[in-house]
Design a protein around this ligand. Structure first.
Ligand code: ZN
Length: 183
């Protein structure tokens, strides 16, 4: 703020020692911030350790989560090697939209008929989680899916919600991609 100057003839001109230099420095700072932001984003999308720009906190690198431990034994069924491969393929994409597109092709919304006596039968959608092993879809439980990709439940739900169930079941992959990348 301006100093409460009582001195006599100080011209009321803002001190601006080196105009162009200031601008250059500001631009430099802006570029640096942008660069840092991009780097953090790239690291985050690749599952690498990064420092959150707003929080200043270090976020640990992604790694395969604990085995599901469900009766189907999804992890055993796939084998450690396949699990690691799926994990690294996913994070190698390094692109949020591509990863979203992958998620929607792997998580299918299935309509199941629940047979309820008395209440009558009604239709209900459940999610079927799968992974690709040797270009074949292998159905796994939700916990396994999240662990294999080191994903949070929220991340998956956000992607699915964004598309909506109808889109999900109707559109082919190419169209899904378009929907995702256009937003
Ligand atoms: Zn399982």
């Amino acid at each position: 703020m301006a100093s409460p100057s009582t001195s006599n003839s100080v011209p009321a001109v803002e001190e601006r020692p080196e105009g162009p230099g200031d601008e250059l420095q500001m631009r430099k700072r802006r570029d640096e911030t942008q660069w840092k932001r991009n780097l953090a984003k790239r690291k985050r999308n690749s599952g690498q350790e990064y420092v959150g720009l707003n929080t200043g906190k270090t976020v640990a690198a992604k790694q395969v989560g604990p085995p599901c431990g469900c009766p189907k034994g999804c992890f055993l069924k796939l084998g450690e090697e396949a699990v690691q491969r799926i994990f690294s393929e996913y994070w190698k994409m390094g692109d949020y939209n591509a990863q979203s597109a992958y998620i929607v092709t792997m998580v299918l919304s299935k309509e199941v008929k629940t047979s309820g006596v008395g209440a009558g039968s009604r239709r209900k959608a459940t999610l079927e989680y799968g992974v690709n092993v040797d270009s074949k879809r292998v159905v796994v439980c939700k916990k396994a899916f999240l662990s294999i990709h080191a994903l949070s439940d929220k991340r998956v739900l956000t992607v699915l919600k964004k598309l909506g169930d109808t889109v999900l079941t109707v559109l082919p992959t190419a169209a899904l991609l378009k929907v995702l990348t256009n937003t």
